[in-house]
Design a protein around this ligand. Structure first.
Ligand code: ZN
Length: 240
């Protein structure tokens, strides 16, 4: 069983809760779709946890910006101030490791990328039908996992038509193509404060959406203590 996680954003409490959940679900491989850092108060700790668990990780836009602040120019003010804080907090070694993450990787029938397989370094969001078509067009593998928007989404291409799947459990048929946004571990934005990730069984091709409660008070307390923008603490409680 594979666990696909994304957008941890320095939220150690959420990451620990998700890792705990993967142990209960007998996961044997964890893949992270990037943005391990940015926003939350524990960038080094999250990177180290991910590394200790041998999580294969792709590069996210916040990861890149934490290594190269010139990449944060189009960030909003809160994100930019958080990324400056993160960049200073990161150890040199961790910055080096972050910068070495690839934009995407392929394993069998699956492609893993932070934003979109349609020019990964352009950080396109997949929010519209056109963007979903562009993503399918740029991906040779039948199944593509993405993060970036912090909003879970499953779009299937079946019989030449796009279909948005709302169920928590879905099987990818042999003729299907699937674009799966697994949501965010450390800063969900779909109105549900619980950490989001997906389980994927490569044999049955079943995908299961998981939501996990975590110690939000502690994560918020650390954000305030670090002097990060207050909104980063309050938004966790509403999942926005
Ligand atoms: Zn993100």
């Amino acid at each position: 069983m594979i666990a696909v996680i994304s957008d941890i954003h320095g939220n150690l409490e959420a990451l620990e809760a998700v890792l705990e959940d993967t142990r209960r679900e007998s996961v044997d491989q964890i893949i992270c779709l990037g943005d391990v850092v940015g926003y939350g108060a524990d960038p080094n700790e999250c990177l180290e946890r991910v590394r200790n668990e041998s999580v294969a990780t792709v590069l996210g836009n916040h990861d890149l910006a934490a290594c190269d602040l010139s990449q944060a120019e189009n960030f909003n003010e809160v994100a930019r101030s958080a990324i400056r804080w993160t960049s200073e907090a990161l150890t040199a070694r961790n910055r080096e490791i972050l910068a070495s993450h690839p934009y995407e990787f392929v394993e069998g029938d699956m492609r893993y990328v932070h934003a979109s397989p349609d020019d990964p370094a352009a950080w396109h969001y997949i929010l519209t039908e056109q963007e979903a078509w562009n993503a399918f067009g740029a991906c040779d593998e039948p199944i593509c996992f993405v993060g970036h928007s912090h909003v879970p989404l499953r779009v299937f291409l079946r019989g030449g038509r796009l279909e948005v799947i709302e169920d928590d459990v879905v099987d990818v048929g042999l003729d299907d193509r699937a674009l799966i946004n697994v949501g965010s571990v450390g800063q969900p934005r779909d109105g549900d404060w619980r950490a989001s990730y997906n389980l994927f069984d490569p044999v049955t091709r079943r995908i299961v959406a998981r939501r996990v409660e975590y110690d939000i008070d502690e994560a918020s307390r650390k954000i305030r203590e670090a002097g990060l923008p207050e909104i980063l603490a309050t938004r966790l409680t509403v999942g926005q």
